[in-house]
Design a protein around this ligand. Structure first.
Ligand code: PEP
Length: 250
């Protein structure tokens, strides 16, 4: 995966008020031209902040994403946000199938697949999240679960341009726990094999992010694992210092 430009994407989850935009402006200021040549940076902000951040970020080194989208273009879906609305606000990508959505909103692989296609319809990159629970890993099911999630959640037509995969073991999200480098390598190799078999060269060059308790202190080790083409970062993406510390792995 040496030719793949990595992506470090922050997921702010349900965090961030108007004042928090200042952290993004520090991030933008902290990304040198050299760093921007080596790695793409993105913040998946709460919907309330996307337009303001996208306006400040312009077409520079940091892009803006959403965290979820509805499958329809518009209509009677109170409280929901369409992929077209995210694109209109300046988003370039949207996370679909985050484990918190799968748990809190009972999203299935079929739902996630439909959301990824909605993202593409709106011209957004779909960041499709997969990952096993602690019980599934302990039962020796991690590889099988992620394989099944990939098959169900990633639609036909996925390319290296329109799709990013994020492997996020549920037990590593927000816990400070991470898999061993060996376990990450094994999973990312299995995901690469799945995607290459299904999508050929597009699957071979699709970005595979690792997510789950990535911090400045462990980023270099995790990002150097074979077939890890960047990170999806929750908690450590809220502060510019931490996010820039992770980007410094590149
Ligand atoms: C996430 O929710 O996508 C995530 C990786 O969170 P954290 O980095 O806080 O574990």
């Amino acid at each position: 995966s040496a030719a793949i430009k990595p992506l470090v994407a922050g997921n702010w989850k349900m965090n961030g008020l108007k004042a928090s935009q200042a952290e993004v402006y520090k991030m933008i200021a902290g990304i040198s031209d050299d760093l921007a040549d080596s790695v793409d940076a993105m913040i998946c902000a709460p919907a309330t902040l996307i337009a303001a951040i996208a306006e400040k970020a312009g077409s520079g080194a940091l892009s803006v994403g959403g965290q979820d989208c509805h499958t329809a273009v518009s209509g009677a879906h109170t409280g929901d946000i369409s992929a077209e609305m995210l694109a209109d606000a300046g988003a370039k990508a949207v996370i679909v199938g985050h484990s918190e959505r799968r748990t809190d909103h009972a999203e299935s692989d079929v739902d996630v697949n439909e959301k990824a296609r909605a993202a593409w319809r709106a011209g957004l990159v779909a960041i499709v999240c997969v990952g096993e629970t602690e019980a599934e890993r302990k039962a020796g099911q991690a590889l099988a679960i992620v394989d099944r999630q990939l098959n169900g959640s990633v639609p036909d037509g996925a390319t290296a341009e329109n799709c990013v995969i994020a492997y996020e073991p549920v037990w590593a999200i927000g816990t400070g726990l991470t898999p061993t480098a060996g376990d990450v390598e094994e999973m990312h190799k299995a995901m690469r094999d799945n995607l290459s078999a299904r999508f050929g060269g597009e699957g071979a060059s699709m970005r595979l992010l690792y997510g789950g308790s990535v911090k400045p202190g462990n980023a270099r080790e995790l990002m150097s694992v074979a077939n890890v083409d960047g990170a999806l970062v929750g908690g450590a993406s809220l502060k510019a210092e931490d996010f820039l510390g992770i980007l410094a792995a590149y």
